[in-house]
Write a protein that binds this ligand. Structure first.
Ligand code: LLP
Length: 413
């Protein structure tokens, strides 16, 4: 029987020698993913929510090996686009384990998913607008539908990830029962859904989550005859070194209690929780520049590799793998900055760290969730490589030819 391992895996727990070897073999910047940790995170989720339906939010990390690990752990897949559905199908998720959450779905996505539905009639499409129901009916879809509700309650680590109150997502709570009733004319309505936001960690977030779940319980009792009530994902992970781990059992108990007595299964959709602490980003120090306020350590990874600090001011732990015991370097304020021509391209500003030397290898923690997935080729930077902790290549390093491969026209004779 697989083990859930420790409640949290800190950056300090990674084996420095192993990470240095991987960087030497594969170069930097390099994502390292520990598939065993992915499996452990799945086990802890299963243990905390033994009778719930658990769906992994694929968007957090779409890598094939990660998806296969999740599938083997008995957890289903929640997909945000046709592309993610395609990846989940490729990774072997059967139709009944596939949930496509259609957010303002492009026509091409609906065309594809409805086409795949004919081969996988058990897949479920979650819709957040009456309009989407019409567009599905136009395409001949009459299968399993879940109605996404905007509960008017948001939570999460940053304004930009507080989904639950954003008008963009879900049908307004007051209209949800009507939309469910209408949808029942043409589809098999199997569930209702809401997602408060991402990075639920503190008491306030938990209170918001509880309120959302209670509202969804009320809705489920009102409309009746559902397979499940999906209360979204958002379970947080400790990004700061001294953040306590999320008490998953307490979250599960609070969720159950808030939901109350419903004749439907509970469903949850964690993304970050499954993969965040299973990944680190390795990056080499290329330039060290003392300034009056801080030492700038110029590294070879940037916001194109890991966008979260630039986009959400997200904190990620940073460890110097060549100076774990100081290495005689001394400590001081350090600004770890990438090679992108953007002021926001830093991983930390004036953080108290051991002062790096050129050639040092740094590890950035909790990079497994929304890390590689949000990588871009801005500044014509090839995307990084990704390997498992065992050294198997999961994604090759992109080449400059790869970056320009879609280019057409021009060219001098
Ligand atoms: N379900 C739905 C409908 C969602 O929209 C999301 C995340 C999840 C589940 C999973 O949330 P999680 O458990 O991973 O917090 N790029 C941002 C996060 C955006 C999440 C969007 N939706 C970040 O790096 O923090």
């Amino acid at each position: 029987e697989a083990s859930g391992g420790p409640a949290v895996r800190r950056l300090a727990d990674w084996d420095a020698d192993r990470l240095r070897d991987l960087a030497a073999d594969h170069g930097t910047p390099l994502y390292v993913t520990d598939l065993d940790r992915v499996a452990q995170n799945c086990v802890r989720l299963r243990d905390a929510f033994p009778d719930a339906e658990i769906r992994y939010a694929v968007k957090a990390h779409t890598g094939r090996a990660v998806l296969e690990t999740v599938r083997e752990s008995g957890i289903d897949a929640e997909c945000a686009s046709a592309g993610e559905v395609r990846r989940a199908l490729d990774a072997g998720f059967a139709g009944e384990r596939l949930h496509y959450t259609a957010v303002n779905p492009p026509a091409r996505d609906l065309d594809l998913v409805v086409e795949w539905w004919t081969a996988h009639p058990e897949l479920t499409i979650t819709v957040g607008a009456r309009d989407t129901l019409d567009r599905l009916a136009e395409r001949g879809f009459d299968g399993r539908v879940c109605v996404r509700v905007n509960p008017g309650i948001g939570a999460g680590h940053h304004e930009k990830v507080r989904t639950g109150a954003a008008a963009k997502f879900g049908v307004p709570y007051d209209r949800a029962a009507d939309v469910v009733a209408d949808a029942r004319d043409d589809f098999e309505v199997v569930g209702v859904h809401a997602h408060a936001g991402s990075g639920i960690h503190g008491e306030d977030d938990l209170a918001a989550h509880r309120e959302l779940v209670a509202r969804m319980g009320d809705l489920a009792r009102e409309v009746g005859d559902l397979e499940y009530v999906d209360v979204g994902g958002g379970f947080g992970v400790p990004y700061h070194e001294d953040d306590p781990p999320l008490d998953l059992d307490a979250v599960a108990a609070a969720t159950r209690e808030a939901l109350g007595d419903v004749d439907a299964a509970l469903a949850v959709e964690p993304g970050r929780y499954v993969v965040a602490d299973a990944g680190v980003l390795l990056t080499a120090v290329n330039t060290v520049k003392p300034t009056p306020d801080t030492t700038v350590a110029g590294v070879d990874a940037g916001m194109t590799d890991l966008l979260r600090p630039a986009m959400y001011d997200a904190y990620h732990a940073i460890r110097n793998l060549d100076a774990d015991t100081d290495g005689g370097r001394g400590r001081g304020p350090v600004t770890v900055a990438g090679p992108i021509c953007e002021t926001g391209d830093t991983f930390c500003d004036g953080r108290e760290l051991s002062v790096p030397e050129r050639g040092d290898l740094l590890a950035v923690g909790n990079a497994g969730a929304y890390g590689y997935e949000m990588a871009s080729t801005y500044n014509s930077r090839p995307r990084p490589a990704e390997v498992t902790l065992d050294g198997d290549v999961l994604r090759e390093r992109e080449t400059l030819d790869g970056v320009t491969r879609l280019e057409r026209g021009g060219g001098s004779e």
